[in-house]
Design a protein around this ligand. Structure first.
Ligand code: MNH
Length: 462
């Protein structure tokens, strides 16, 4: 396979990856991949990563008949905490299909209707907090509070108290340390001398892990003790539903894995997506004017108006602003695909064998000039005008993944995000700091760092 230009000796590509500009591996690889495509490999410490930046190869890998989700090393490492939960399960593990079938009812349109008032209530708490702020707000941590509360309250009857405390709930940091710890150890175990370093991180990791486990047990216990056998939210489905064909239920170990999975998957990516959307919208006067015009047209002149369930899909322009933000910075920046049956040849020339996989680098695929043209790198919500969407090849835009293993929470994320964006632009003029250059933190997902906005109440117009 081709390889990006540059030296590579004992450490393989670690040095060139580390030296590349950007705040983390995803941004560094995006930089290195320029001109390296359509398929290339990076090697470090005996590990081989095969990546693609190419929309045509991505479309081919999206063919569910020939390919399926593979667990790249970073995802495999999460299994220590998330086990055979939905995100980290192999598709042929029995708990994947079982959990998928049992939990799907939590993501129907009827279920979204059930969550709508809670989503509005949580957003109102964010707004009450921003109303009191005279200084610019640090956007991402605030939105993370909102999205964590939303998933906690709608799906687990759990209030994290995010708006009543100055600190972020310790669950967030603990969970992220636990997840990142698993990833770090998977990496270190492959590196010379890594085991020594591993032992050092172990204590903090174990403490955080114990805290997270206890918190999860409390969530389960609280529901059990209440005697409430409802099946109209995620936790209820996990505990009380049986498969219609087999009568099978999830075991308690798997329930813990699912709660870990949903609490994290259900808030980090959405918060990042909202932050990137506000970043781009606030810097483009015309985009913001159109978004506010749409919000005013639908919500009217009462600054306290909240959207009804039926109104949310009507914010078409605001939805395009979100789609376009997820194009430039897909907050789940990639996923892996491998052959479903035996060997498969892609691009007419590269053969993938049984256990091979390709990492689809969405950050690059979403900017492939053969699809997005010369302005691939610029933010323009009109990229998502219906006629433009229809004119593009299938599978050129995949922020929620593809196939059976695509994001189960997509509608949840979209409903929550559009609702929140509409209310925020309806209520506030959002003023960026002109000297701020986008900086992106990479934890498990992508998130703007130190991105602040001035928030000034406005008077909505007729
Ligand atoms: Mn989500 C899978 C992106 C919001 C729960 N999610 C995926 C995948 C992508 C993704 C990409 C597929 C990964 C892969 O192929 O390896 N998810 C997002 C983005 C947002 C998002 C960009 C917000 C924006 N996700 C959410 C929300 C929830 C959620 C909200 C829950 C409420 N996601 C999941 C779960 C999976 C998943 C669970 C695994 C599904 C499966 O494999 O069956």
């Amino acid at each position: 396979l081709p390889h990006p230009p540059g030296r590579r000796r004992v450490l393989g590509d670690v040095v060139s990856v580390m030296r590349a500009p950007g705040g983390g591996p995803v941004q560094k690889m995006l930089h290195l991949s320029k001109g390296a495509g359509p398929l290339f490999e990076l090697r470090t410490f005996g590990m081989k990563f095969v990546l693609t930046t190419d929309a045509a190869l991505t479309a081919e890998l999206s063919d569910e008949g020939r390919f399926q989700k593979a667990l790249a090393p970073g995802v495999k490492a999460l299994r220590e905490v998330a086990g055979d939960g939905l995100f980290t399960a192999y598709t042929d593990e029995p708990n994947w299909a079982l959990a998928h079938d049992l939990l799907l009812p939590a993501f129907t349109r009827a279920s979204m209707r059930g969550y709508h008032d809670t989503m509005n209530a949580v957003c109102s708490e964010l707004i009450s907090a921003w109303d009191q702020e005279s200084e610019p707000v640090d956007v991402s941590p605030w939105l993370t509070r909102m999205t964590l509360e939303t998933i906690g309250r709608t799906s687990f009857s759990t209030d994290f108290g995010s708006f009543t405390s100055d600190e972020q709930h310790p669950f967030v940091t603990a969970m992220i340390t636990a997840l990142a710890g698993g990833q770090r150890r998977a990496f270190l175990s492959a590196v010379p001398g890594g085991r020594l370093l591993m032992r050092r991180g172990r204590k903090v990791y174990d403490e955080r892990r114990a805290y997270v486990d206890a918190m999860i047990d409390d969530i389960v216990e609280a529901r059990r003790a209440s005697g409430d056998r409802r099946t109209d939210d995620l936790l209820g489905l996990m505990l009380n539903s049986r498969h219609p064909d087999t009568g099978a239920a999830l075991d308690l170990t798997n329930v813990r894995y699912q709660i870990n999975t949903f609490l994290v998957a259900g808030h980090e990516t959405t918060s990042g997506a909202l932050s990137f959307a506000l970043y781009y919208m606030s810097r483009d006067r015309e985009v913001m004017r159109r978004a506010q015009e749409e919000a005013d047209a639908i919500l009217g002149t009462d600054p306290d108006a909240v959207p009804t369930f039926e109104q949310v899909p009507k914010f078409r322009y605001i939805r395009r602003c979100l789609d376009e933000a997820l194009r430039l910075w897909p907050t789940a920046p990639g996923f892996a695909r491998g052959p479903r049956h035996g060997s498969e040849t892609i691009g007419g020339r590269w053969t993938l064998h049984r256990d091979d996989w390709v990492l689809v680098m969405l950050t690059a695929v979403h900017r492939d000039p053969s699809v997005w043209g010369a302005d691939a790198d610029s933010y323009d919500p009109d990229h998502f005008l219906p006629a433009n969407v229809r004119a593009r090849p299938a599978h050129s835009y995949l922020p929620f993944g593809v196939g059976d293993r695509a994001c189960i929470g997509r509608q949840f994320a979209l409903h929550e995000s559009v609702l929140a964006l509409a209310r925020l632009v309806h209520r506030y003029d959002l003023t960026p700091d002109p000297s701020y250059d986008l900086r992106i933190a990479e934890r498990l997902t992508l998130m703007p760092r130190d991105f602040r906005l001035g928030v000034t109440r406005r008077t909505p117009k007729d």
